[in-house]
Design a binder for this molecule. Sequence first.
Ligand code: NAD
Ligand code: UDP
Length: 334
Amino acid sequence: MIILLTGGTGYIGSHTAIELIKLGHDVEIMDNLFNSKIEVLDKIEKIAGEKPKFHKIDLLDKDGMDKMFAEGKYDLVIHFAGLKAVGESVEKPLKYYENNVGGTINLLECTKKYDVKKIVFSSSATVYGDQGVAELTEEMQTGVGITNPYGETKHMIEEILKDVAEADPEFEITILRYFNPVGSHPSGLIGEDPNGIPNNLMPIIMKVSTGEIEKLRIFGDDYDTVDGTGVRDYIHVVDLAKGHVAAIKKMKQGVSIYNLGTGRGASVLEMVAAFEKASGKKLPYEVVGRRAGDLAEIYANPSKAERELGWKAELTIDDAMNDTINYLKHLKNE
Ligand code: NAD
Ligand code: UDP
């Protein structure tokens, strides 16, 4: 298949590109390079043996998008592109709604006009809001109790996709709700390398280990969890990438929704311990107050993806930590 990855030079998109190329798909990437680097393309080539055709286009550039679709012969689009910094989305909500929701509408107009009716969308566990339980299943009601505009954009886009599929039954749409992606490619060549100050736990741990950030601030140790710190479902990015490969093999008309997670939670302190074990170094941290909007504990029930897609996460947190340390060494030598 000829597959267009929006946001494909980013963290999850680049790992997915590798898995798709390895299977013989023809991968093209469009990205405005706001949060990724062009060099990723050479690294994809080094790992997978082929360099994806690249379009430096913004989702908001309607003419550029139209031209790309007019020239491309895409069978399927995987839509990764979007802004994802939760804190920034609270400060700049309009930027997030415009980029993520507005950008997706532009994309969907092109897919409709050029008859590309297979779409996979990168959603997030954030759409579940606060369910009052830790284990999340796809049929739960979404959109209630979302605490930031980033999460709202993911929920809105899910609703838009449902309406699009309702209006045109030829659409085959798969929504993948990611839990917490971590780790890097085992080659050490690609990984998460965000521009600016990160918000998420793993990239912060990485920057603490390199000394760019003095210490990790743990947001609360008084939750009702195994050790009082927040619990999340950390999934290795290579497992996540393989989840996309499994999903595109089973596309069907209408909208299908899958959690991509491991089904197991890990606390912040367990993540710190795993990083320390892999690096052999202490990670400086201090416990501070809770972060507004944080939930104590959430993890995926991933059984629908296993049942219907034949996919399940196979790599461990230790694998993710070892691969991250390998990637950090690579970054240092660049
Ligand atoms: P990323 O920032 O590494 O990749 C996203 C890419 O989209 C970047 O390369 C960025 O330059 C590009 N982009 C953003 N706005 C664009 C625009 N207007 N036009 C063109 N390109 C644009 O992020 P990621 O971690 O790879 O996430 C990929 C997708 O998965 C995002 O939609 C994100 O919201 C979603 N997601 C990520 C996580 C996570 O923790 N990483 C969790 C759940 C969902
Ligand atoms: N966390 C933390 N310090 C940080 C960043 C995150 O203690 O600097 C905690 C956070 O409270 C949560 C977990 O790490 O319990 C994962 O946070 P992240 O922002 O990565 O993911 P999300 O909360 O969006 O699932």
